[in-house]
Design a protein around this ligand. Structure first.
Ligand SMILES: Cc1cc2nc3c(=O)[nH]c(=O)nc-3n(C[C@H](O)[C@H](O)[C@H](O)COP(=O)(O)O)c2cc1C
Length: 386
């Protein structure tokens, strides 16, 4: 049997194989609540053989939403989340909820707060141009929100939670020297920049770690000059392991500054502009887009080699992510020591990918990294290829 199809263990959770559907914002929560479309999207992933399907971007509090159509993880979402978990279980899969907070990267929160003050380019057209630095009281509130959201996932019958420590959201903002210029105990050295992300992660582990698998999605690097650099990644990985997470997912990039570092491939500027609701964002993307949104070339398994120092640094399983497009690329990840594989675009483009692996074929994804799925995700994520 190929490694991808062998059962695996993440903390308390046994998985039927080693294929995880990574978080790809579904665009199926128009009011911030679970819908039938979201339930069916994840049930279908499980039906198609995915071991663990990840519900994207569950905001741990209202101020943690980048935009209003993101799922809010509070008591009012429990019933919908329970239906989703039940539907995934009925298909033989397991369900994971991504727990996230956007910090200062928001056009929703009335009071954008990040590690440090600054300009919120993303929220400017929505009247939220200024980011202010978080106080200890804000940090306490957000820490409690992470713990509460984790316990809501458990109450709803989820099998796992994924703490979002990457991609330029709040915990990644604290880790990034480009966005964290604090001079107190939360800024400067890596030990200091880790303090708040670790506190939130620890709160999640303490809340549910004995019952649920706790994963953390971390950046290997930010993909910008002055951002988190790859030499700090092993230390971050070890710290997260010590905080008690059961597995790490290796990624990179900052959605607000280097979005295509984490996806690679074509930057569909015209389509991204067309999907923008505000005229100012539309105008800025159309006119300045090619200066603002830098492309990065796609290669199969583009984070496999950069993540090797993390694989070597920890005992817990590391989940390979990024450009896993074929049976061969999955095998390369396992050869490098990764113990699980996560895919986004491949599983959107090729629902039969796991069935083909199971039949002993060597599937190659038809995804061509056009990234139209990204441009169009707000209206229901799907592969744009015919
Ligand atoms: C349409 C789309 C939406 C995404 N939304 C999220 C998200 O909500 N949270 C997240 O952590 N990553 C998100 N990502 C990034 C993916 O999780 C993943 O890191 C990236 O797509 C690379 O993996 P892939 O090559 O298998 O697609 C998204 C990617 C795509 C294509």
């Amino acid at each position: 049997m190929i490694p991808a199809l062998e059962p695996g263990q993440i903390g308390p959770l046994t998985l039927r194989n080693r294929v995880i559907k990574t978080a790809t914002f579904e665009g199926m929560t128009p009011t911030g609540r679970v819908t039938d479309a979201l339930i069916e999207h994840h049930a279908a992933m499980a039906r198609n053989g995915v071991a663990l399907t990840t519900v994207a971007y569950g905001a741990v509090e209202d101020a943690g939403r980048t935009f209003t159509k993101q799922l809010l993880v509070d008591e009012a979402s429990v019933e919908g989340l329970r239906k989703l978990a039940d539907a995934v279980h009925a298909e033989g899969g397991a369900a994971c909820l991504q727990l996230a907070h956007c910090g200062g990267f928001t056009k929703h929160s009335a009071d954008p707060r990040g590690p440090s003050g600054g300009w919120n380019a993303y929220g400017t057209a929505s009247g939220r141009p200024i980011i202010r630095a978080m106080t200890e009281a804000h940090m306490d509130r957000v820490t409690a929100a992470f713990a509460r959201a984790a316990s809501i996932a458990a109450e709803a019958g989820f099998d796992a939670v994924e703490v979002h420590v990457g991609h330029g959201y709040l915990l990644s903002q604290f880790l990034s020297p480009a966005m964290n210029t604090r001079t107190d105990a939360y800024g400067g050295s890596l030990e200091n920049r880790l303090r708040f992300p670790l506190r939130c992660t620890q709160a999640v582990v303490d809340q549910v770690g004995d019952r649920l698998a706790v994963l953390a999605k971390m950046n290997l690097e930010d993909g910008i000059v002055g951002g988190l650099s790859s030499d700090e990644a092993p230390q971050i990985a070890r710290a997260l392991e010590q905080a008690g997470v059961h597995a790490l997912i290796t990624s990179g990039g900052l959605v607000q500054r280097s979005a295509f570092f984490l996806m690679r491939g074509t930057v569909p500027l015209a389509e991204m502009a067309a999907a923008e609701e505000g005229w100012l964002q539309f105008f800025a993307l159309r006119v300045f887009g090619s200066f603002l949104v830098k492309p990065f070339s796609w290669t199969p398994g583009f984070f496999i080699a950069p993540g090797q120092p993390v694989v070597d640094a920890v005992q817990i399983p590391v989940v390979a992510l990024g450009g896993l497009d074929s049976a061969d690329t999955l095998n390369k990840a396992f050869d490098a020591g990764y113990r699980f594989t996560a895919m986004g675009r491949t599983l959107l483009a090729d629902p039969d990918f796991i069935a083909r692996l199971t039949r002993g074929e060597k599937p190659v994804s038809r995804c061509n990294h056009c990234n139209l799925c990204v441009a169009q995700m707000d209206s229901g994520v799907r592969c744009a290829l015919p």
